[in-house]
Design a binder for this molecule. Sequence first.
Ligand code: ATP
Length: 230
Amino acid sequence: MLKVENLKVNYGHVSAVKDISFKIDKGEIVSILGANGAGKTSTLFGTMGIVKSTSKINFQGEDLSKASTEEKVKKGLVLAPEDRRVFPQLSVEENLKLGSFARGNEKENFEKVYDLFPVLKERKRQQAGSLSGGEQQMLAVGRALMSSPEILMLDEPSLGLAPLITDEIFDVLVQLKETGVGILLVEQNALRSLKISDRAYILEIGRIAIQGDAKDLLNDESVKKAYLGI
Ligand code: ATP
């Protein structure tokens, strides 16, 4: 469904992504793992065209290599960024509304998001800035869902969250996968994300070091030692 080939991202002389190719199918959860600075965020930003990059991008048979970020969002490639970027002065509902400009039926999308995250419905009139960290993360994911993504990319959704809240968000990702959304999950928390993933790519300094089925990686002794801390 989404195929990205030979992705390269440079920041001046720093080569953050040297040459990465990956794919993600409908209804799949794919993790991108790796240490700090391995190039995970740059991979997402390069794919979306938020930073300057080169690559060959094919989405549902269409060549999007030259497409702008906005065009990609309109086609259904949507990113929920790491720093959450909710608008603190606006209500939960207004924040969600901002996500709905690109695609789909707004009313249905509101229902879908409130169904997945009931707490956002309870707090729909509350200022986003007064939500807890976990609720803000739910709002960031909810806002991405307001664009009816075919492929949802998430940058560190578990960052700074308590394990139970992370579970709640990961459960929602599994539910989305079951509706056919393809999910590309960038995570530091390798163990937890592999547990809900179908496949994973492990990055090391801008390249893919290891890739495979999540189940195999979870059972691989060297992966366990080097990346999973077990
Ligand atoms: P983290 O988990 O710490 O977010 P990451 O795997 O997402 O790391 P990136 O943020 O993609 O890694 O960074 C990859 C490399 O690119 C790092 O060496 C980083 O210092 C560098 N880098 C990232 N953004 C910029 C920038 N705007 N200007 C210069 N160098 C950058």
